[in-house]
Design a protein around this ligand. Structure first.
Ligand SMILES: C[S@@+](CC[C@H](N)C(=O)[O-])C[C@H]1O[C@@H](n2cnc3c(N)ncnc32)[C@H](O)[C@@H]1O
Length: 201
């Protein structure tokens, strides 16, 4: 049975780091690639984790979530929606997972990048994990929106001004890699862009 999620409620439960429009984009991105196996980098209080675990559950799949500073709120939010058994939390800083890396399947349908947002970290997360995304799979970057409410109290997320840094990282990636933009939200409090991975990568 599909999990019913009120996105406004989930947004409040997860400290508003993901706009409702970004949650809707994640849902569409999962639908486009029939996502069963999903990898997320950066969970915080689990706003995106709940959406992605629910999408994986819908297809009898699983979310793998890498978070260097796991918060009790993340697992509590997953449990509130009955999704705790659909998520494997990997408490480590991407991409240095050590033996935990073996828990992530070699092929994934969707990669969500929302860890540290400075250019080299976005590039590193992308280049390290994108080889696992199957051709036709989807890669979503978060905090790409012009009106993003950056959280300067949380230096883990990246330098102030990090939205422009994420966008510059994406521009560097697009200069060489055949990603096709399939969706974007340039809204308040975040913003996200989704790309489908080309066959030639
Ligand atoms: C913007 S928050 C994620 C928000 C979350 N996706 C949501 O929907 O609410 C960024 C998170 O990434 C984590 N983080 C930063 N760098 C990371 C890395 N290299 N590996 C794993 N987690 C990282 C931080 O600890 C922080 O919790």
């Amino acid at each position: 049975m599909a999990t019913v999620i009120d996105y406004e409620v989930l947004r409040r439960q997860s400290h508003g780091r993901l706009a409702v429009e970004d949650m809707q984009l994640l849902e569409r991105a999962c639908a486009v690639c029939s996502a069963r196996t999903i990898l997320e980098i950066g969970a915080a209080d689990g706003g995106s984790s709940v959406i992605l675990a629910a999408q994986a559950a819908k297809r009898d799949g699983r979310l793998y979530s890498i978070e260097g500073n796991p918060k009790a709120g993340m697992m509590a939010n997953l449990a509130a929606y009955g999704l705790q058994d659909r998520c494997t939390l990997l408490p480590a800083w991407s991409p240095w997972l050590g033996p935990l890396e073996q828990e992530i399947p070699p092929v994934i349908d969707l990669l969500f990048i929302d860890g540290r947002h400075d250019i080299r970290w976005c590039l590193m997360d992308y280049h390290y994990w994108q080889p696992r995304v199957r051709p036709g799979g989807v890669i979503v970057f978060h905090d790409t929106g012009g009106m993003c409410r950056e959280d300067r109290a949380q230096p883990d997320f990246g330098s102030p001004g990090y939205v422009s840094l994420v966008r510059r990282a994406i521009a560097l990636i697009l200069a060489t890699d055949p990603l096709v933009q399939i969706d974007a939200n340039d809204g308040r409090d975040g913003g996200a862009i989704a790309y489908r991975k080309g066959i030639a990568l």
